[in-house]
Write a protein that binds this ligand. Structure first.
Ligand code: ADP
Ligand code: MG
Length: 348
């Protein structure tokens, strides 16, 4: 559905002419240059870098329009903040009858439920009401923990197993009517994949797509090497690089406790909620980065492994995931733990 809308919103000549411009055009080709597109989306920002031999104003504008339209479509489906998004309408549906959803929503919910299953419920999109109660949702900022009785009550209507996916339709069924979903931990990754797919179908062979820190790459950077993507030091007082990872035809997503949090009685209250307790994570793991082919998967696994903390490392090894963990030490320094699959990628 997204693709059809996008195609009709673009100039008819775009596909063929862009293809010629963006792929290598034989021996007379000039050195390719880097074209950057950026803007706000999903409560954060996006940056797309395209390597192309030449891009005139018209084609640049068409690409910008394609990227924006793709992200706007994902936002209109998955936003927790837009009152009329597909997700908000689904959240207002308080019946246990099947509810029709778009193919894109089906895809994201399917990824979400598979991740829940693989991570013993550490990833759970039904935590929405708990996220709100802890002050990290659309109702607005709060810097006070909720009463334990509220947490206990909300936990009763939390649980990914209360959501049933019906591929025919497609549709979903809420097994408890008050079930409410939050796709914030997966929608950015999905948005990145959708932009990548849109660029693929325009014949773009070398790009890097990033939304709020979740990244997907294809081909090479302007020097002909793998794209180099930085993992930040999970330090809220400064922006510094921890390590730079070469990425070729892969995605990487990072979840951390260092940007979206407040402090209460000297404790860090972060936006990552442990669905087993209804409380924000309490361990020393400060950030987890996951490399995967699809950004939607990297995004969901990064959140899940961060929720699990030290246990997440063992699970990542068991599942063969490429993951990079940073744990906060009492002296404020960070110690890294790298899974076997991640080390193998760094050696390439
Ligand atoms: P970021 O948005 O900073 O990239 P994440 O991808 O980890 O970080 O998403 C965090 C968001 O996901 C939270 O703000 C909340 O809305 C939601 N969330 C919190 N805990 C969970 C969880 N256990 N499973 C799924 N989503 C969660
Ligand atoms: Mg995530």
């Amino acid at each position: 559905m997204i693709r059809m809308l996008l195609k009709t919103s673009l100039p008819h000549c775009l596909t063929a002419s862009l293809l010629c411009l963006l792929v290598s055009c034989g021996p007379s080709a000039q050195k390719p240059s880097l074209h950057t597109f950026s803007g706000p989306t999903m409560g954060t920002n996006y940056t797309v870098k395209v390597v192309a031999e030449h891009l005139d104003d018209e084609h640049r504008a068409a690409l910008q329009k394609l990227i924006q339209a793709t992200l706007a479509e994902v936002n209109a489906e998955m936003s927790h903040y837009l009152g009329d998004s597909e997700l908000s309408l689904l959240n207002r549906w308080t019946s246990d009858e099947p509810y029709s959803i778009s193919q894109e929503m089906f895809e994201v919910l399917d990824h979400a439920l598979r991740t829940s299953q693989l991570t013993g419920g550490a990833f759970d999109i039904t935590v929405g009401p708990l996220v709100d109660a802890w002050g990290f949702g659309p109702p607005g900022e709060s810097t006070e923990p909720p009463d334990q009785r509220i947490i206990d009550r909300l936990l009763e209507s939390t649980g990914w197993e209360f959501l049933e996916l019906l591929p025919d339709g497609p549709a979903v069924r809420k097994l408890i009517p008050q079930l409410s979903l939050d796709l914030s931990a997966i929608a950015k990754g999905f948005g990145v994949d959708q932009v990548a797919q849109a660029l693929d179908s325009e014949g773009v062979e070398h790009y890097m797509v990033e939304v709020g820190g979740e990244v997907r790459t294809r081909g090479s950077n302007p020097n002909g090497n793998a794209w180099r993507i930085a993992i930040e030091k999970p330090d809220s007082n400064q922006r510094a690089l921890q390590v730079v990872i070469p990425l070729k035809n892969l995605s990487m997503a990072t979840s951390g406790d260092y940007r979206n949090y407040y402090e209460e009685g000297g404790e860090r209250i972060s936006h990552s909620i442990d669905p087993r307790t209804g409380w924000p994570i309490k361990h020393s793991m400060a950030s987890v980065s996951v490399i995967h082919e699809e950004c939607v998967q990297a995004d969901a696994f990064a959140t899940a492994l961060l929720v699990l903390g030290p246990e997440g490392y063992d699970l990542a090894e068991e599942l063969g995931l490429a993951a990079y963990f940073l744990a906060r030490q009492p002296d404020g320094e960070f110690v890294e733990r790298i899974t076997t699959a991640f080390s193998a990628l760094m050696e390439n």
